[in-house]
Ligand binder design. Structure first.
Ligand code: FAD
Length: 287
């Protein structure tokens, strides 16, 4: 099923993200995570792509496993570390595996690295255009409510987001955010730039204090004071932090849905029990 069909039905829905292992011997564990998530019947499950782009086969295999559970898979694909012909091969393999949905990304540039202009996509909009030209895939792309860390300012970043829409993207998924007002402001500014595609709100339930410090420093997401207090108070007590993190994410989602944001994407960090707890809290609100 093409994920764009979900977006055309504007009713509250939730999807989940899993990440594949770095080594083959952990693939079965990742499949078990998918099996557990499949029980809560998310709209779709996205499968990330290893940062260096070296393990596309794990993303593909896990995506196939998602689909074997009757759930559409969204395979992430980054292009900066690969030649155009390699990206084409990955798409051929996804097509052969029956995967029809791709999240087209540039990927992070490793520090100090430059990539040749020849035979390389430089930005996600180029990858999106190439996939759309090839045909057969529903294509999602990333967006950043607080601006991408490399962008000189948010306005320029939105101009670049518009390029992804113009290249043929079907929907966007946001970077995580912990303050819904940041998302509401972003949606307004995106609308002013003529961005009309559906935007799924990326929510990360923070259940470990260590996890959040590392993640925030990587992606430039800000911590609102209310959430910072939760981490200060419960960060050293795993059980309490888990409860508070699930409650905070649940409240964030209820506020989003109450304000008309119907598509929620849960960054599960391969913790199906956390996703299950949030789904339970939202029973009746989310289909
Ligand atoms: P782009 O859209 O190419 O943007 C990168 C930067 O370049 C931005 O600052 C933008 O403003 C600017 N820019 C864009 N287009 C142009 C242009 N034409 N000319 C000039 N400047 C331009 N990483 C992984 O390695 N694996 C994953 O599975 C993965 N999944 C992700 C899922 C989501 C929902 C998100 C939000 C991020 C994900 N990432 C993943 C991280 C992502 O790869 C990084 O954030 C990366 O630095 C940017 O990728 P992008 O596709 O947004 O790039």
């Amino acid at each position: 099923m093409l994920i764009s069909e979900y977006y055309s039905q504007n009713i509250p829905r939730m999807s989940c993200e899993v990440f594949p292992p770095k080594a083959f011997d952990k693939l079965e564990d990742a499949k078990t995570v998918v099996d557990d998530l499949a029980e809560i019947k998310p709209a779709y499950i996205s499968v990330t792509y290893g940062a260096a782009g070296k393990t596309p086969q794990f993303t593909r295999e896990l995506s196939q496993h998602v689909q074997s559970r009757g759930i559409p898979a969204l395979s992430h694909l980054t292009c900066i570390n690969s030649s155009i012909s390699h990206v084409d091969q990955v798409l051929d393999d996804l097509e052969a595996a029956g995967v029809k949905n791709v999240l087209a990304l540039r990927g992070d540039i490793p520090e100090g690295c430059t990539f040749p202009e020849e035979d390389h996509f430089q930005y996600a909009n180029e990858l999106i255009a190439a996939i759309k030209k090839r045909g057969g895939f529903c294509v999602g792309a990333a967006c950043y409510p607080e601006g991408h860390p490399e962008a000189p300012n948010r306005d320029t970043d939105l101009d670049n987001l518009r390029r992804k829409q113009d290249a043929g993207a079907d929907f966007f998924t946001t970077q995580m955010f912990f303050d819904n007002n940041i998302l509401y402001q972003f949606l307004y500014r995106a609308m002013c730039k003529g961005i009309t595609l559906p935007i799924s709100a990326g929510i990360m339930p923070v259940v470990r204090a260590k996890q959040i410090k590392r993640t925030i420093s990587m992606c430039g997401t800000s911590l609102p004071p209310r959430f910072a207090s939760i981490i200060d108070r419960f960060g050293n007590d795993d059980a309490s932090m888990e409860k508070a993190g699930i409650a905070y994410a649940t409240e964030q989602i209820i506020d989003l849905i109450a304000n008309g944001v119907n598509h929620i994407h849960l960054y599960t960090m391969n913790r199906p029990e956390v996703a299950r707890a949030i789904y339970r809290n939202l029973e009746g609100i989310i289909k």
